[in-house]
Design a protein around this ligand. Structure first.
Ligand code: ADP
Length: 550
């Protein structure tokens, strides 16, 4: 700004000075010219009078004059000259002032010197005898005049520069100061120059637009934060240098970090080699997936690169796949177990049948072999039944709850087990009264039947089975206690696993499949009931199911 003002004022000063110099020089030059000619004319008249009255002697008398006088004949030859030898001078007939004087009685002309620094004025007058008297004077030209005043011009120019610089500095300070103090937050409240009113209006409009957009961004950010904070999935957004921009609560929980991780490199939060590789893969191919184990669960990280050719960042979304992985693992285990469990009795049946077919079984052994085939076939049927019931439970997604009389079901089961109990001289006892619970009849039946069946199956001869149905403040308790073989502590939690049997051969002998208690557990889970097992090896077992009130 200062520079601009300085330049402009300097140009103005220089232009004005130059114009003034040119005009003044022109005026002075013209003035000097005309006064010189006037003086020459009067001197010429004066000298002409003298020559006409006193003859050529008059001219000899004024040889010390400032002017040069020349007397020329009408044929152009020089008779006398105050400064030079007339005999050596050229014929002057061609000179403009002589020609004009011969024709009109008076003539004048001017001629520059070879260097253009001097100018000579000539005035000629025709005398009465026909001779021409010429007077001339030399004067400096415009150039000389200019060179003469060059020094003051330079002084004026330097002064103009200094003045312009001071003026520019003061002016720019004066102009800029109010501009620097403008209140741009409230542009319309400023009152300085009318000229900048449109600019202030424009700034005010821009301010309003920025405020509105900022508000929108803030609202969007709030919505975005609310959405990601309420997500069950962990979400982390990284910038192009893999520093964390955003991480929701689920992500902080998953990676065991806090808000301090924001702005820092993701590698400081998660140092696993697999995740690092997955990040690199996503950077190259745009997307990658990796499974990690955290907090006792299994999580799938979906990593996506954001941006086209130039990477803008990375989004990491983590899904809890614990249940999925667990279900998948269970399914595989279950399939393997089912195949194995089905294969064993089938192989036994096929072996016995082959021996019989090839006539390798003696007739007295035949009943034993046939009994074996029969019992293995029975086992197969029981196994398949249990598998079908378990699969049915697995597939049940929507259960229709109804009022179920737990006591009545226990009574029915007890009745069904009567023969089996009698075979081992086991006494069956049922305590309680008709009690309604909210459940699914078939599932309640499965629970009661499997627990009671086990209490008889794994009981000793002459043992006891006590069944009770009891209402309490926090739910209905169904308890079956027996005086059987009991379960060692190390097996007590595992007996609810599928196909788990404490003593495989014993269980096989008495027709166990290892699925009974897993059916109980599964059914109880479906009904929201809790199963508890207490057992002392050699003394007996008590299984309690607590059906909650809904
Ligand atoms: P199974 O069909 O073999 O009975 P379960 O799942 O019902 O399968 O039981 C798993 C294992 O738990 C059985 O093999 C048995 O060893 C043990 N068990 C279950 N109930 C009792 C009980 N009342 N007394 C002793 N052991 C039991």
């Amino acid at each position: 700004m200062t520079k601009k003002i300085f330049r402009s004022s300097l140009i103005v000063a220089a232009t004005v000075s130059l114009a003034a110099i040119i005009i003044i020089t022109g005026i002075l030059y013209n003035y000097f010219n005309s006064s010189t000619i006037l003086q020459l004319k009067s001197q010429l008249d004066f000298a002409a009078n003298g020559v006409e009255n006193c003859g050529i002697e008059y001219l000899n008398g004024i040889s010390q004059n400032n002017y040069r006088l020349t007397l020329i004949k009408s044929d152009g030859s020089v008779i006398f000259d105050t400064d030079a030898d007339a005999a050596k001078m050229d014929n002057h007939i061609d000179r403009a002032e002589i020609k004009s004087a011969l024709n009109t009685g008076y003539g004048e002309s001017e001629r520059f010197s070879a260097t253009l620094l001097e100018k000579t004025f000539y005035c000629a007058k025709k005398l009465k005898n026909g001779d021409i008297l010429r007077i001339c004077a030399t004067q400096y030209s415009v150039l000389t005049l200019l060179l003469g005043i060059m020094q003051p011009i330079i002084v004026i120019f330097v002064l103009a520069i200094i003045l312009s610089a001071i003026l520019a500095k003061r002016m720019s300070k004066k102009i800029v100061e109010p501009l620097n103090n403008l209140d741009l937050e409230n542009p319309l409240e400023n009152d300085i120059y009318d000229e900048i009113s449109p600019l202030l209006l424009h700034i005010e409009q821009q301010n309003r637009r920025i405020r509105r957009q900022f508000e929108e961004i803030k609202q969007n950010r709030k919505k975005f934060d609310a959405v990601i904070e309420n997500m069950n999935e962990a979400l982390i957004i990284l910038d192009e240098d893999e520093n964390i921009i955003t991480a929701n609560n689920a992500a902080m929980h998953l990676f065991k970090t806090n808000k301090e991780c924001i702005g820092k490199s993701f590698i400081l939060t998660e140092r696993s080699f697999d995740v690092d590789n997955a990040l690199k893969e996503a950077e190259n191919s745009g997307h990658s997936e990796v499974n990690i184990q955290r907090a006792g669960g299994e999580y799938q990280l979906n990593i996506s690169r954001i941006g086209g050719k130039k990477k803008l960042g990375t989004v990491i979304l983590a899904f809890d796949v614990t249940d999925k992985v667990f279900a998948e693992r269970n399914r595989k285990e279950f399939t393997a177990n089912v195949s194995h469990e089905l294969k064993t009795p089938l192989q036994s049946i096929m072996g016995s049948a082959e021996l019989i077919e090839n006539g390798l079984v003696k007739s007295q052994d035949m009943p034993r072999f046939i009994k074996n085939i029969h019992s293995e076939a029975n086992r197969l049927v029981t196994l398949i039944d249990d598998i079908i019931r378990l699969s049915a439970l697995d597939e049940k997604s929507e259960l229709e709850f109804e009022s179920v009389d737990l006591y009545e079901i226990a009574k029915e089961v007890m009745h069904n087990l009567k023969n089996a109990a009698e075979a081992k001289n086991i006494s069956l006892e049922l305590d309680g009264k008709s009690t309604e619970i909210n459940g699914v009849k078939q599932l309640v039946y499965e629970i009661v039947n499997n627990i009671c069946e086990n209490a008889v199956k794994y009981n000793k001869d002459n043992g006891q089975v006590k069944i009770s149905v009891e209402k309490s403040d926090d739910g209905t308790y169904f308890t079956v206690s027996d005086t059987g073989i009991g379960i060692d502590e190390e097996h007590q939690t595992r007996v609810f696993e599928r196909f788990y049997r404490v003593d495989k051969s014993h269980s096989k002998k008495i027709g166990g499949t290892g699925l009974g208690l897993s059916i109980v557990k599964h059914a109880a889970d479906c009904l929201g009931a809790e199963v508890k097992l207490e057992s002392v090896i050699g003394k007996g077992t008590a299984v309690t199911v607590k059906f909650k009130y809904f």
